[in-house]
Design a protein around this ligand. Sequence first.
Ligand SMILES: *Cc1c(COP(=O)(O)O)cnc(C)c1O
Length: 432
Amino acid sequence: MLLHPSFDVNAAGHLTVAGFDACELAEQFGTPAYFLDEDAVRAQCRLYREAFRESFGGSSLPAYAGKALCCKKIYSVIAEEGLAADCVSPGELHTAYKAGFPMEKVFFHGNNKTDEDLRYALDLGVGHIVVDGWDELCALEKIAAEKDARPRILLRITPGIDPHTHKKIVTGSVDSKFGVAVATGQAFGFVRDALGCSHLVLDGFHCHVGSQIFDTEPFEDACDIMLAFIAKVRADFGFEAKILNLGGGFGVRYVEDDPEVDIRGNIARLGAEIDRMCALYGVEKPAVVMEPGRSIVAAAGCTLYTCGTVKSIPGFRNYVSVDGGMPDNPRYALYQSRYTIVNASRASAPADFPCTVAGRCCESGDLLSEDAVLAEPKRGDIIAVLVTGAYNYSMASNYNRIPRPPLVLLSKRGAEIAVRRETYEDLTALDL
Ligand SMILES: *Cc1c(COP(=O)(O)O)cnc(C)c1O
C-alpha cells in the first residue's frame, strides 16, 4: 500500500490504482487523466453512515459536499449509498438533478445566491436552503410568497473559530463573507427575523469551520458554541432547532507525514460532546448533519500524466515536465498544497531523483510540486500524482486552451468513463 489502500505496486514494478496497472490505464485512456476508485468512495460513504448511526443517531445524515468532485456519476454513487448532498451553485444543483439525486436530501449553500438561483432551487424541490444573510432571507421570503411555496431553511451561523489551517480556506471566523456571527450578537437578530418570515420554515442552523482539519477540537468548539446558541435561541424565542449542520472539513493524508484521520473516532468524540452539551443546556438533541467532501473522494483519486522534458540545471535543480499541470490541478499554484508524486512506470525502483514537477502552461507558477523525489524519469514514463480525488477535476480550467482530462471510475466491474476527455472542438464549441 502507498499512502492509501487504493494505491500499490505490482510485480511489473508499476503503480496500481484500485488494482489496475497505472501504465495500462494510461495506455487505454490517454494522459492526463483522472482516475477514481469507486469502491473506496463507497467505503468512505459507509464509514460515515455507520459512524453517524452509532454516534449521532436519529435522522442524522452525512451530506456529500459536491464541490469536492461534481459530476452525474458521483451523485449516483452518493445517492446509492444513502447520503444527502450539499450543493453550492445552481450548476451543482442541476448536475444532482440530472443524476436523479433525491432533491429533498439537498442542502443549498452560497454567500450570494441570486434571485434566479433561489427560484431554480425551489423549482427543483431542494430540501433545505442554507440562508447566508438578511438580503437572502428577504429575497427568499418574497420568492416563496410569489410561488406560494414553504421552503425549509437553515441559517448559516459563524461560530468564530479559527481552525489553524491555511487562511484561504478558513471560513468559520467572524471576519468572513459567509454567514452571520454569534460573537457580534447579530445571529440572534437573524433568527428572530427568520422566524418572522411567514413563508419560510426554519429547521435549524449550519456552520462550517474550515477545511483540511486534522483534530476534532475545532469541531468540538463549534458544537459547544452552536449548542449554547441553540439553547439561548430557545430561551429567547421558544424555537427548538431540529437540525444542527456542522459543515465539512475533516483532513486527508496527502503526504507520508500527514496524520491518518480517524473519522469514526472523531465522530464518536463529537457525538459525546453533543450529548454532554444537550444535557447541560437541557435542549432536545438535534439531528446532526456534516458535509464531508474531501474526506469522501480525495484519497480514492489520482491523476496520471506522461513525462515529457526532463531538465537538470547544474547547481540549481531538476525539472520534470508533465502533459498537464495547473489547468487540471491548480492547488499547488493556489495554496502550495503538498502531494505525493510517483514514477508509476518505475514504482519499485529507488526514488532518488529530487525534482520540481512542472506543468505545460506558459506560466512559471504552473507547478505540481517543488520537492518531489522520484525514480529518475525518462520521457514517456507515466507520472502519478496521488490523492487528487477532491478539488482537482472540480477546480479544472481550460487555461492555455488545454482540454480538460477525462474522469474514469475504477471498480470491480471494470473501468468506466464518468466524464469524457474534452476535445479541441469542445474548446471552440461556445465561440460565435
Ligand atoms: C467546502 C465546504 C464543505 C466541504 O469541505 P471539505 O473540506 O471538502 O470536507 C462542506 N460544507 C461547506 C459549507 C463548505 O463550504
